[in-house]
Design a protein around this ligand. Structure first.
Ligand code: NOJ
Length: 543
């Protein structure tokens, strides 16, 4: 393994891969590890120094790998342990680190730990999970009660997500030790870091009291009751001590609901992780029939807050997409918006804000949402339960499917669009999920040939970032904070400055050019850039 700087992850780009949908090599219609290895040169050409792999462990795949049946085995759909070792080694040759997803809040019902625990109250693993004689009124994140009856044990078990994903009992030191052993096993294999799934939910309030209902079903969304509870940081510091201390391992936690002012307890030298994914700037939220809709000003405020907070503590993962969210060119813009320009506008922010950019597969070419009219077309379980919940609340099919179209996780899970050949070069077999129909017009190969494409623009910016001490190290100064259209800021480092202006609206915007203090245009996503005016979705960078 190559020696890396202690904070290598500050200077690179992380790329998230959803293995099922990236590249298939054996024709079974599901992406695999060999497929990822075959695309490493492409990833290196995007400036990627770190790949976050969503879970590749053995799993019945009811939640596409987030239901782990064995943390020590590779899912045969994706390949073998040898394929994994080969991927780590080949990535390492290109200075790319592999980051594994640690799903430590829950496991699959098929996991041997749960199989033991459910046998009886006398079993040695009896309290590795959370068992109760009577359920409370918590609703699982994928809908329905968060408790499931187990006939064998004659008790209910708690599940934050699907009823096939029993929550681990972090109160039990044996459970915590077993999880640290898993992480250390993968460090031994040579991985460079971890993303910690759903980590804010691991500590449950031990009174398991009912919450105030938030819908007509009389239930309350579980994470209103369990996110970031007192005592959670004690467990996480224990994790840090047993897994991370003394090793050059990068960590990012998935931390829905952590506020900027709480960041200091979570990241940086006093915290646990290097970075946290918070979701305050993302459209959508948890209840799709009552979605959070953020204006440009809201998005900007949320990001400004996080930039401010991470200037003091830790570091910021800049992201607009992941495997759980709709495509950003749909989420932040109208149906009519020019998606190529929109993609370049967001790419500008992604690669110039202070922090490490996280690119989700296909984002670099501006992949878009799907447009499926029937609920049967959707694969991922949350779409189905959100659809049912909307119907129960009295919405029509048209309305309910509208919510699903806007927020379904399948939007981001259609296969990577490599070229215009059948199945976009993703597989020679039948893809496990249909491709987005636009793949013949929107794919990597076409964009490689077009100097004006989102991909070409991405590469120009990534090269600029790589060579710019200001973009890599500079501080962040918000500009035009109250402007409802323009996202503007300056980065400064050792007497040099870059000013970034992005019109996130679909109409022309004007600004007072004195904010540029004589700086000259360095890069634009428009051919006709001029000072003081930003055309719809125009992004300009001044030096
Ligand atoms: C968050 C993951 O990103 C999502 O895909 C998964 O369904 C849940 N956690 C449960 O693990």
């Amino acid at each position: 393994m190559k020696q890396m700087d202690a904070q290598w992850w500050k200077k690179t780009v992380c790329y998230e891969i959803y293995p099922s949908s990236f590249q298939d090599t054996n024709g079974d219609g599901v992406g695999d590890l060999k497929g990822i290895t075959s695309r490493l040169d492409y990833l290196a050409s995007l400036g990627v120094g770190c790949i976050w792999l969503t879970p590749v462990y053995a799993s019945p795949m009811k939640d596409n790998g987030y239901d782990v049946s064995d943390f020590y085995k590779i899912n045969p759909l994706y390949g073998t342990m040898e394929d994994m070792e080969n991927l780590i080694a080949e990535a390492d040759k290109r200075n790319i680190k592999i980051v594994m997803d640690l799903v430590f809040n829950h496991v699959s019902e098929e996991n041997a730990w749960f199989q033991e625990s459910k046998k009886s109250k006398e079993n040695p693993k009896s309290d590795w999970f959370i068992w109760r004689d009577t359920p409370n009124n918590w609703r699982g994140i994928f809908g329905g009660s968060a408790w499931k009856w187990c006939e064998e044990r004659k008790q209910y078990y708690l599940h934050t997500f699907g009823d096939f994903q029993p929550d681990l009992n972090w109160e039990n030191p044996e459970v915590r030790k077993a999880l640290y052993d898993v992480a250390n096993f993968w460090i031994q294999k040579g991985v460079g870091g971890f993303r910690l799934d759903a980590v804010v939910y691991i500590k449950k309030p031990q009174d398991f009291a009912d919450g105030k209902p938030d819908a007509s079903d009389g239930m309350v969304l579980i994470h209103e009751m369990t996110a970031n509870r007192d005592g959670i940081l004690d467990y996480l510091h224990e994790f840090k001590k047993n897994v991370l201390d003394g090793k050059n391992i990068f960590t990012v936690g998935e931390a829905n609901g952590i506020l900027p002012e709480q960041l200091k307890d979570w990241v940086g030298s006093e915290g646990v992780f290097d970075m946290l994914f918070e979701f305050n700037h993302l459209q959508g939220g948890d209840i799709w029939y009552n979605p959070i809709v953020l204006s440009t000003l809201d998005v900007k405020n949320a990001i400004f807050q996080s930039q401010k907070a991470t200037a003091l503590n830790g570091w910021y993962p800049v992201f607009f997409e992941n495997h759980d969210k709709p495509r950003s060119v749909n989420a932040y813009f109208s149906k009519a918006a020019d998606k190529a320009l929109a993609s370049k506008a967001l790419t500008t922010l992604l690669l110039t804000l202070r922090g490490t950019p996280f690119v989700y597969e296909g984002e670099e070419i501006g992949m878009t949402n799907v447009d499926w009219d029937s609920i049967e077309a959707y694969h991922e379980l949350n779409s189905r339960s959100q659809y049912e919940m909307a119907l129960q609340e009295g919405f029509s099919h048209e309305q309910a499917i509208g919510f699903v179209k806007a927020l379904s996780r399948d939007n981001a899970r259609t296969p990577m669009q490599w070229d215009s050949s059948p199945n976009a070069g993703f597989t020679t077999g039948k893809p496990w999920i249909p491709l987005n129909e636009n793949f013949k017009q929107l794919n990597v190969a076409l964009q490689e040939e077009n100097a004006n494409s989102p991909l070409a623009y991405y590469r120009r910016l990534v090269n600029l970032r790589k060579q710019s001490p200001v973009l890599l190290n500079g501080n962040f100064l918000p500009l035009l904070a109250d402007d409802p259209q323009i996202f503007a800021f300056r980065r400064e480092f050792e007497g040099k400055a870059l000013t970034v202006l992005v019109n996130l609206s679909e109409s022309e915007a004007h600004y007072d050019s004195s904010i540029l203090s004589g700086q000259k245009l360095l890069l634009s996503n428009r051919n006709d850039a001029s000072v003081g005016i930003l055309r719809p979705l125009e992004a300009n960078l001044f030096e």
